[in-house]
Design a protein around this ligand. Sequence first.
Ligand code: SF4
Ligand code: SF4
Length: 152
Amino acid sequence: MTIREMLRRFFLVDLLQGMWVTFRHQNPADLVTEQYPLQRPDISDRFRGQPRLMKGEDGKLLCTACGACALACPEKLIKVGSVRDPETKKKVLTEFDFDLGRCMFCGLCEEACPSDAILLSPDYELALYTREGMELQRPQLEDGIERKVYEK
Ligand code: SF4
Ligand code: SF4
């Protein structure tokens, strides 16, 4: 080992050089990490998130209870309940259950729907600590899941 190398080791030159590189990049203006949840990420238009049951301009559900989405779903996680209106002879939606915990967000239900009544929306904050609460019923599908608002 040369004297120069010994002095470098004794005065911890390599360590200090490394620390200088680290501290040179500590300016908050240089941060590249997204500061979630304070900073909301930009979601792609094609992102598939929380399922929603859509309403028309008159405020009525577009779903005609045809059951095509339930048939198209490879996981068979959608349950559509309906009764037949004796006057109009049309099906009327009574319940719509969606097991989010089993959904793989493939979008086949959305594609199969003839009325554009089901949408995989850009809402992405779906994580829970357990599977409880993953079974969504009609009101949650109509109104969406309440999102927490974080203050800076
Ligand atoms: S996105 Fe795919 S897995 Fe999820 S409910 Fe629709 S068809 Fe089923
Ligand atoms: S969401 Fe669409 S495909 Fe599913 S039952 Fe309603 S109308 Fe039919």
